[in-house]
Design a protein around this ligand. Structure first.
Ligand SMILES: *Cc1c(COP(=O)(O)O)cnc(C)c1O
Length: 637
């Protein structure tokens, strides 16, 4: 199969295909769908892979003659039935899915079973047992300072491995707990299966296991050598619920993982913090996709500093940093020392640059091994004095050069005057940088070049006076895209990671803000909606009250129809003034709407850029303005 996954790193689908086929150099049989023209052409034209001709190809097609020629796919309520011809006989099987991707996957499996000579009857029986895979791992804040990862829809070894990796990335908590049901239909004997799981738990440094289900209960001794500090086993969920004690959980990451039939989601519900129903969903896969999209634009060896200031542009602090760390960014940067401290407390060990430092912050900077940006002669002197007084040597700092932003930074003259201090003090210059004022705007490209020239002069000056090398960096997200010649040794990526606010690079949307309808009202023509009678109703209308207001960060200027929200595919306007905690929207004419229904505030149908435009601002302000009372939910697909 050749899909869209993992395109990053390849220049074309063709290139990915060739790479993929290399993986199969030594496989005797290749199964594929000949309706994928690229794949079919490649296979027919290919002499490029050694031993290609000795392979057997088994293909299936809806359109032409193939090893398995599908004559029709008929969707119905319980999935679909598929008719096909195979070796001069007609077969019909039922597949319990109706989405195209799952049907395609199932047909690939069917081909394999045919290759293996499995009887039609058995194929049919096995197909009926298939269950959809929940592809989504969700993490939420939970009681007593815990995080809960809810994956209570599938329980097989592979998805357990994925979930344990995700758990392993969570460094913000001291403890790791797994609540696990029996695994079903793994094809392994329970004795072997639970030993294997026990090893996986040990590898991921899980400390506590709560096992639910008769089989795991029976085989509980398989976990004796897993290095667990605590384990409990219950034959059923009901047994566990009787013993459930929330105070048992404290500052830990809890993975809830089980087959659907065990209904472990009721446990996640009990663990999750009760919050109002407005949440900002953060797609961690998209974040990583964006990181890699930027990596494709930089030369190998160029480092990446991820800007995670203002709680990662509103996305979250250590949750985002954990994902970035896992995907090996080199540096993190925050605006203030407090933000760095929060990252350290969340278990983030990457080097962290703090852009806005003052004397008050020196203490915690040192205590938490943060690296301050030094931007002025005064700050340099006071930091050096602080280091001297505390007997600290070789402390890493970053120098910002003023090249035109007129915000923070040394002018060239100031830098020259400070050279003697830099040479003999107890600090080490880790990096030297400046900031472009208009990297996104072609109209200011000349100014950008002037900034670069000034920056290079500062670097030359430093290089001739410092006996060691340091990292040079200048560009932000749009600078990476628009100014390839100015990447130097490192790039600083902010907004682009979050998938918005920048042109010339294909990114994925990371954040989606959703809320729900609290109440639906029939409002008669002539009545009004919201404060100050601001929303006048001209026809009999249906008005929905949504659980989000300006205190959540939904800009008040979006009231009175300037902003729109999405319900399903439909965009509907706000009506009346936005209130502190609620917003009214006009849903007249939308069919089948119910209270409690989801409303998308931004993301998907309503891109952040669009909201920003309506509100007369930039995506940066919209994203960072979402208040802390809005629950953040992180997920991986
Ligand atoms: C915020 C910031 C960035 C990141 O800018 P984006 O446009 O979000 O990529 C880079 N450098 C500095 C100094 C910043 O303050």
């Amino acid at each position: 199969n050749l899909g869209d996954a993992h395109n990053e790193g390849f220049d074309s689908l063709q290139e990915k295909l060739e790479e993929k086929l290399h993986l199969f150099r030594n496989t005797p049989i290749i199964i594929y769908c000949s309706d994928h023209e690229k794949v079919d052409d490649f296979i027919h034209s290919s002499g490029q892979i050694t031993d290609w001709n000795r392979k057997t190809f088994f293909n299936w097609s809806l359109k032409k003659d193939a090893s398995l020629s599908i004559s029709g796919i008929f969707k119905n309520k319980s999935g679909c039935s598929v008719k096909a011809a195979f070796e001069n006989r007609e077969i019909e099987i039922h597949i319990p899915f109706s989405d195209d991707a799952s049907i395609e996957n199932a047909i690939h499996c069917w081909c394999l079973l045919l290759c293996l000579g499995i009887s039609d009857n058995e194929v049919q029986q096995r197909m009926a047992l298939l269950q959809p895979v929940a592809m989504r791992l969700e993490m939420k804040k939970a009681i007593n300072g815990c995080s809960v990862i809810n994956d209570s829809y599938s329980a097989d070894l592979q998805s357990l491995a994925i979930a344990l990796d995700f758990l392993g990335q969570q460094k913000q908590h001291a403890g790791r707990t797994v609540i696990l049901s029996d695994l079903l239909q793994t094809g392994k004997s329970p004795a072997n299966l639970y030993v294997e799981i026990s090893q996986a738990l040990q590898q991921h440094a899980v400390q506590r296991l709560i096992g639910i289900g008769e089989t795991i209960y029976t085989y509980r001794h398989a976990f004796d050598n897993a290095g667990l500090t605590q384990m409990e086993f219950y034959p059923s969920l009901a047994d566990y619920r009787k013993n459930f004690n929330p105070s048992q959980f404290r500052n830990e990451a809890i993975l809830v993982k089980g087959a659907r039939v065990f209904h472990l989601e009721t446990i996640s519900k009990m663990l999750e913090q009760q919050v109002h129903q407005t949440q900002l969903e953060i797609n961690l896969n998209a974040l990583v996709f964006n990181l890699n999209a930027f990596r494709k634009k930089i030369k190998p060896g160029t480092r990446v500093m991820a800007m995670v200031k203002a709680s990662s542009y509103g996305g979250g602090s250590y949750e985002i940093a954990n994902a970035l760390k896992f995907h090996q960014v080199d540096y993190l940067a925050v605006a203030y020392a407090d933000e760095g401290v929060e990252l350290r407390k969340g278990g983030i060990t990457l080097p962290v640059m703090v852009m806005n430092t003052d004397e008050e912050a020196f203490e915690s900077i040192i205590q938490y091994s943060l690296e301050p940006e030094i931007y002025s002669p005064d700050l340099l002197r006071s930091f050096v004095t602080f280091l001297d007084n505390n007997g600290i040597d070789q402390y890493g700092v970053h120098l910002e050069i003023e090249t035109g932003m007129n915000r923070l930074g040394f002018s060239l003259t100031e830098l020259r005057d400070c050279l003697p201090i830099l040479q003999k003090s107890g600090l080490v210059v880790k990096s030297v940088f400046s900031h472009l004022v208009s990297s996104e705007d072609p109209a200011f490209d000349d100014f950008t070049r002037t900034q670069a020239t000034l920056f290079e002069q500062a670097c030359t000056l430093l290089s001739t006076h410092l006996p060691y090398p340091y990292i040079r960096h200048l560009v932000n997200s749009s600078g990476v895209v628009r100014h390839p010649s100015l990447h130097y040794d490192m790039v600083r990526i902010g907004i682009g990671l979050y998938g918005t606010g920048i042109k010339g690079i294909q990114l994925q949307e990371v954040s989606l803000l959703r809320s729900t309808i609290a109440q639906l009202k029939q409002v008669k023509a002539g009545e009004s909606v919201s404060y100050g009678r601001s929303g006048v109703v001209h026809r009999d209308s249906v008005i929905a009250t949504v659980r989000i207001g300006y205190a959540d960060g939904y800009p008040r200027v979006l009231g009175n129809g300037r902003g729109r929200m999405a319900i399903g595919k439909q965009l509907v306007p706000t009506i009346g003034n936005i209130c502190m905690d609620m917003t009214m929207i006009d849903v007249t004419g939308l069919e089948g709407l119910k209270e409690g229904e989801d409303v998308t505030v931004f993301g998907g149908k309503v891109p952040v850029e669009q909201i920003a435009e309506w509100a007369g601002t930039i995506p940066y302000e919209i994203l960072t303005g979402i208040s802390q009372r809005v629950q953040r939910v992180y997920y991986e697909e």
